[in-house]
Design a binder for this molecule. Structure first.
Ligand SMILES: Nc1nc2c(c(=O)[nH]1)N[C@H]1C(S)=C(S)[C@@H](COP(=O)(O)OP(=O)(O)OC[C@H]3O[C@@H](n4cnc5c(N)ncnc54)[C@H](O)[C@@H]3O)O[C@H]1N2
Ligand code: MOO
Length: 409
């Protein structure tokens, strides 16, 4: 009789960390093509941002001390001595009792230490009536306040999001060294699985849902997906197709046949691909227990359980972790939000349960309603926005508990 030697969720993540060697190949990308690539080197701030004192408002550059005591009922008076032009150095400095108009983002003239907003003063024929007092540095962005020369701008291993690209642009960096993105190969297995374009199914057949689901997750994470189609439950044929595919890719995903049934060949085929081989077959998790993870001569291989929802959830958790590691990232990125559960959710101790939830807002609070149904049903995922993790030590969560939610994105 065959049994699973199940690993806990925590052990599985630990094993992923140990078994995945990041792709070391670097490529240079122009910023407009660098989104979602992982930075291959540390980048230091070379230029202060801003590199001049800037106003954060439309107003008048002044010495703050000149406004002390000014109010609506007792305005202060300052001489307006001109205006600062955007992108230019002010034509002169400010003395006591003087003010100069400065637009948002404009440079403060020498001698000024703050900017009073135009709403709080009135230009009466060149005499500025000041109706408020302001503090030194108010409405001023100091030199290097945004990015300071010599500090680390971005560290190696950072995934480049729009904001990181903006920060690089501030330094005049137009190309960055990033790690090459992995190519993910995929095959669906099962005698009953038919190509998704099949018009009329025979009884007992189903269309391939996992190919597009897994392929779309890969696309969502910004990587290349190579769809290899469907393979019948024939060990020799499966071996041939898998060997052919693994040559072309950096990571191979196989769905179905991961369990311990008589026609479940995945684990043997995956084990035969190379050393050190399978390091996980079975995780104490619901859904997705019969998951296979392997390292075939440095290439990660993932055997997903065939049930469509299980396949997607397992790939969301462990597939993402494997692909992140492969790109040189640390395993820490999680898209989380918090919500209160709408009912008690029991769970078996000794197993980590991932419960699908629908999120909704009521009276300015976010709620998570569990979506129940058999663990493999894709419709449960269509109705959900995320999942709650109930760890193996817990026997469930209570109605009203505020819990973290992993978002499907
Ligand atoms: N004796 C045991 N049997 C099973 C166990 C167990 O612990 N002991 N675990 C169950 C769990 S949990 C899961 S999950 C499944 C996973 O089994 P397989 O990975 O071998 O998957 P298949 O049997 O090939 O398929 C399961 C199910 O999903 C459908 N499927 C498969 N691929 C696709 C696809 N690409 N698109 C759409 N649907 C797909 C398939 O038709 C089956 O209905 O094992 C349990 N059994
Ligand atoms: O773990 Mo299976 O994925 O429950 O159906």
């Amino acid at each position: 009789m065959k049994f699973f030697q199940v690993k806990s969720v925590e052990e599985t993540f630990q094993l992923i960390n140990e078994n995945i060697t990041p792709l070391s190949e670097k490529v240079s990308k122009p910023l407009f093509e660098a989104l979602h690539f992982v930075l291959a080197e540390d980048i230091e701030v070379k230029e202060n941002v801003p590199n001049f004192r800037r106003s954060s408002v439309d107003g008048y550059a002044v010495k703050a001390a000149d406004t002390f005591g000014s109010s609506e009922s007792m305005p202060g008076f300052l001489n307006l001595i001109g205006e600062v032009k955007m992108g230019e150095t002010p034509s002169r400095m400010i003395q006591m009792g003087e003010a100069m108009y400065v637009p948002t983002g404009g440079m403060l003239p020498e001698g000024s230490d703050s900017v009073i907003m135009i709403e709080h003063c009135e230009d009466i024929s060149g005499l500025l009536n000041v109706y408020r007092q302001i503090a030194p540095n108010e409405n001023v962005i100091a030199i290097g306040e945004d990015l300071r020369r010599g500090n680390v701008l971005l560290s190696k291993g950072t995934k480049l999001r729009p904001q990181e690209l903006g920060a690089l642009a501030s330094q005049g960096i137009i190309e960055v060294a990033v790690f090459r993105k992995p190519i993910i190969g995929y095959l669906s297995s099962g005698d009953e699985i038919m190509p998704m374009e099949t018009e009329a199914l025979e009884l007992g057949q189903v269309r391939d849902m996992n190919g597009i689901t897994i392929g779309s997750q890969v696309a969502q994470w910004g990587m290349t997906f190579l769809y290899g189609g469907v393979v019948k439950d024939d060990q020799a044929e499966l071996e041939r197709r898998v060997r052919d595919m693994i040559e072309k890719v950096d990571c191979l995903v196989l769905s179905g046949g991961s369990s311990v049934g008589t026609k479940d060949y995945s684990v043997d085929v995956i084990q035969s691909l190379g050393d050190p081989g399978v390091y996980v077959h079975g995780i104490s998790i619901k859904p997705g227990k019969p998951t296979i993870l392997s390292n075939a001569n440095g290439k990660p291989v993932i055997g997903l359980p065939g049930h469509p929802a299980s396949a997607m959830i397992i790939f969301h958790l462990f597939g993402k972790a494997i692909l992140d590691r492969l790109q040189g990232m640390e395993l820490e990125e999680k898209q989380l939000t918090f919500a209160r559960v709408t009912k008690n959710i029991p769970s078996a101790p000794g197993r980590t349960d991932f419960v699908r939830v629908r999120l909704f807002e009521k009276d300015q609070e976010w709620y998570a309603e569990p979506i129940l149904g058999k663990s493999g049903l894709i419709s449960t995922l269509v109705k959900s926005e995320g999942m709650i993790e109930i760890s193996s030590e817990n026997e469930g969560v209570y109605k009203g508990d505020l819990v973290p939610i992993r978002l499907f994105q």
